[in-house]
Structures are given as structure tokens and as C-alpha cells.
Design a protein around this ligand. Sequence first.
Ligand code: GTP
Ligand code: MG
Length: 204
Amino acid sequence: IQIIRAEYVASAVKQSQYPPMNEEDKEFVFVGRSNVGKSSLINSLSRQHGLARTSGTPGKTQTLNFYQLTAKLDETSRQRFFLVDLPGYGYARTGREARRQWAKFIEEYLLSSPRIKLVCQLIDIRHKPMESDILTYRWLEEQGLPLQVIATKADKISRMTVNKQLKAIQEGIGMRNGQLLPYSSAKGTGRDQLLDVIGRLLLN
Ligand code: GTP
Ligand code: MG
């Protein structure tokens, strides 16, 4: 698929602030620790640098932010869908504490939207998963949410170590099935693969 349009539509901390959506609209959500690169990934997917606000300081995104994208599926068909950027979890906190702190409104959103087709959980490719990553992964799995784990900032390590890091992350969070996708928003690595995944979900 090809992205032909991307725009910001709304920020929300409660349901009444979600943008109006049709039943058939599909949402793709990005979760992960603060600073892992969620907003940057949204910019890279949409090829619009300043669409989602990013920062070197963790905690930049504080609300659910909805972006509406339009994809060209083939010569004749287009489809709109939503990317949802979430505040990061776990910064400067660990474990259960972090889970509890990850605001209620995020949990409410993840559990209430029937339109969520995929939750992308982002983990920094340079680090072993933290307890907050592991607990979040388990929780998402328990809720039965469709999951794609993405290893971000792949440009920050040498190609030789990519596979080793992917394996460490896979083992660290206890991933039994599915593929872990390396991604670099800076270089565009993984973009085609993620668009393929999204494209397949848009079609069915
Ligand atoms: P919060 O909103 O605080 O939860 O963070 P976030 O997950 O949205 O992270 P954000 O996209 O704001 O990126 C955090 C920092 O990492 C920024 O300085 C980005 O420029 C940098 N960054 C994000 N993705 C990449 C990447 O693929 N490669 C490199 N080298 N830097 C990246
Ligand atoms: Mg952000």
C-alpha cells in the first residue's frame, strides 16, 4: 500500500474526546516506553516529519493522539484508517508500579475500541526488555489484542548485532509466536514490512 494522506485529527484523555469514527474504521495503536520512538514511527509511516511531536526528553506524548491516514490499496481503491499514538509507560519507574501508573484512560481505550486491528508494542533494539515491557506484553496478550512487536532505533546498532538483539528481546518478553520487526524511523528500515502488515489488515 501507499500512504497518500496523513493528518492529525484529535487528542483525547476520555472517550467523549475520541474523534468520530465509523464502525468499519480501523485503528493501529502504538505503545511502548517513553522515548522508544512511537511518535517518530508515526511520522516515518506517514512520511510527514512534524505530524506527531517528538522529543529527546521522555514523556513528550501525554494524550491519546489520533491521526487519520489514507492509503491507496490499488489503482481504484483508497481506504482511510487511524494511527493512535499513546503516552509512554514506565519512564523512571519499574514493574508493577509502572503498570499502575500507566494511566487508566489508556487501558480504557485499549479495552473499549472494537476497531483496533493491531497494537504495535515498541521496544528499543539496544536494550533488554524492562519489567514494564514484559508486563505490558503479557497484559496485551491476555486481553487478546492482536500484537506486533517492533524493535526501534535499529540504526543505532551495527547490522551484525541486530539478530542477536532481536533474539534477546524475543526471549526477554517471552514471545512465543509472531515476528519481531526491526525498525528505524531515521532510515526507514522496516517501513515497507509494517505497511504490508497494515495493508493486509485493511483488506480483510
Ligand atoms: P514519548 O512521547 O515520550 O512516550 O516518546 P516516543 O516514544 O513518542 O518517542 P519519540 O518518537 O518522541 O522519540 C524519542 C527520541 O528518539 C527522539 O529524540 C527521536 O528523534 C529519537 N528516535 C526515534 N526513533 C528513532 C530512530 O529510529 N533512530 C534514531 N536514531 N533515533 C530515533
Ligand atoms: Mg511520543
